[in-house]
Design a protein around this ligand. Structure first.
Ligand code: TXE
Length: 489
């Protein structure tokens, strides 16, 4: 297994010799020891990407050829899917079947952007004179640094890498220090199988605090794409401001799942469970806030609580396990502190609220699926992203109140509305201030449709055509076919 940094087309140890043990969240076993870079390594990566962009052939390669490279990366994911999935489960603890699904999604992202690469070259503009030819063309932005989190390590990296390469940029990818294995593997396969010029793809490993500054503030960087927590996002925005970089931020959410009384409650309960407890709630679009119409509140909560025992916690490699651990001891501390806050605030603990007592799970960072009822929108447990298996339930009276409650957080990533009334579904979808609204479903996404946040969930879009355009500049080229007097003097 390759464990080094990939700088300017070569695998190298960290300049200062640093290493990091990567820990399994299931049992705290050391699963790999990888290079731990620092700011000097990150600067080397940025300068390699700059050189490759400014002097190399990549930027001027045809869009079709770039699309073929991006397609080949998707093919590599498919060909090595089992190994990718195994590594993702080792790193994150998520069930293997979920990692397999992620890998199929990742391949789809590369395959989608392979087709987008040569489909958006620009347009001829209807100019103000017949003696003018005017066109608008799309060009790569330049050097892009791409910082991804630990919950969907390779998936998040692919949303950034595929469009950036398709558009002709050079990149420095920085996976979370907690989950570097699949990104390492992808770069290893790219290095082995594809003939990319040195410096087009660079990989930096290391803690955000150590390698982050050059990636977000070095003058040679043109664009920063970041997915992670809102506090880090604010810091990155400030760092990038001095040199006015383009930035795209996806900063999570506190996503409302609104259930009206006219739906099939078994179906709504089934999706409410997946919405919040998938991957132990460590999902930026998790449906962590359930808003239920008064008439069906008790019946829906009962259905949810009754089915919690079906969420088998355990080793992601064991068949039948539905949920793995939280990513780290620190993260479980955060989740536990929010449960304590919820209790102090007067929410009613209807289920969970502790670590499991199964001794087989004692070495992992497990936490029981937890449900709080009697919640109000003033509570921190309702307002702040817990990013764990914690559901808060609020009641509403009518459509107007449901929308007001749903919009009442600093976040705006995703939301769902459940109703059999098609007009109401559309009204609510239009009124919700967030980047994705599901009607009578929760969680589906696909590469053709844009993804991103309103409000403090961030800005910029990933996936879809907009996810490609993020990585392009727009240039207007105007030519006068009959140059003569300017007509001013
Ligand atoms: O994230 P960080 P953390 C939320 C979730 C979680 C909280 C904190 O609520 O509890 O964020 O998680 C890199 N310059 N989300 O601390 O710090 C870091 O190395 C440059 C939501 O793990 O945001 C990693 O690669 N980079 C989210 C990445 O940022 C820096 C997914 C994310 O880490 C940096 C994860 C710096 N100064 C957490 N500091 C989502 N949107 O899905 C850190 N990093």
């Amino acid at each position: 297994m390759t464990t080094k940094l990939y700088l300017d087309g070569a695998w190298t140890d960290a300049g200062a010799g640093g290493t990091r043990d990567v820990i399994s969240p299931h049992d705290q076993r050391v699963i790999a020891t990888v290079a731990e870079g620092d700011a000097d390594d990150a600067t080397t990566a940025v300068l390699a990407a700059r050189r490759a962009f400014d002097t190399g052939p990549w930027r001027t390669t045809t869009a079709k050829a770039r699309g073929e490279v991006v397609r080949a990366i998707g093919d590599l994911v498919v060909e090595h899917l089992d190994e990718f999935a195994r590594r993702e489960t080792l790193d994150t603890g998520k069930p293997l079947a979920d990692s397999v699904t992620d890998m199929h999604d990742i391949a789809s992202v590369f395959h989608y952007y392979a087709g987008v690469a040569d489909a958006h070259g620009g347009r001829v503009v209807d100019a103000p004179s017949p003696d003018v030819v005017s066109r608008v063309q799309r060009e790569p932005v330049g050097v892009c640094t791409q910082i991804s989190p630990w919950n969907y390590p390779l998936l998040q990296a692919s949303w950034k890498l595929a469009p950036a390469l398709a558009a002709g940029n050079t990149v420095v990818v920085k996976p979370s220090e907690q989950t570097p294995l699949t990104t390492l593997y992808l770069v290893e396969l790219i290095d082995e199988h594809l003939d990319l010029p040195p410096g087009v793809v660079n990989l930096v490993l290391g803690a955000g605090a150590a390698v982050g500054q050059p990636l977000t503030s070095h003058p040679a960087v043109d664009l920063v794409s970041f997915t992670g927590g809102v506090a880090t996002g604010r810091r990155i925005m400030a760092e990038a401001a001095a040199t006015v970089k383009k930035i795209a931020l996806e900063l999570g959410g506190k996503n409302p799942n609104i259930v009206f009384a006219d739906v099939d409650l078994d179906v709504a309960a089934d999706h409410a469970l997946t919405a919040v407890f998938l991957h132990a709630g460590q999902v930026c679009s998790a449906g962590a806030r359930l808003l239920v119409q008064d008439e069906v509140h008790d019946a829906l909560v009962q259905r949810i609580v009754d089915r919690l025992p079906e969420i088998t916690l355990g080793d992601g490699f064991v068949d039948g396990v539905r949920s793995g651990p939280l990513i780290s001891a620190e993260h479980r501390d955060k989740v536990e502190s929010y449960v304590a806050i919820g209790l102090e605030e007067g929410a009613n603990l209807a289920a969970g609220g502790s670590r499991p007592d199964d001794p087989a799970l004692a070495d992992g960072f497990y936490y029981l699926p937890t449900v709080f009822t009697d919640c109000t929108s003033k509570m921190r447990i309702v307002q702040e992203e817990v990013f764990g298996p914690v559901l808060t339930v609020e009641r509403f009276r009518d459509e107007e109140q449901a929308v007001a409650l749903a919009n009442d957080t600093i976040y705006g990533l995703a939301a769902a509305v459940w109703t059999d009334d098609v007009s109401r579904a559309q009204r609510v979808a239009n009124a919700l201030r967030c980047g994705t609204v599901w009607i009578n479903d929760f969680h589906p996404y696909f590469p053709q449709a844009e993804w991103g946040g309103y409000k403090q969930s961030g800005f910029g879009r990933e996936l879809g055509v907009a996810g490609f355009e993020e990585y392009t500049e727009t240039k207007h080229v105007y030519q006068n076919l009959r140059p003569g007097s300017a007509g001013w003097l």
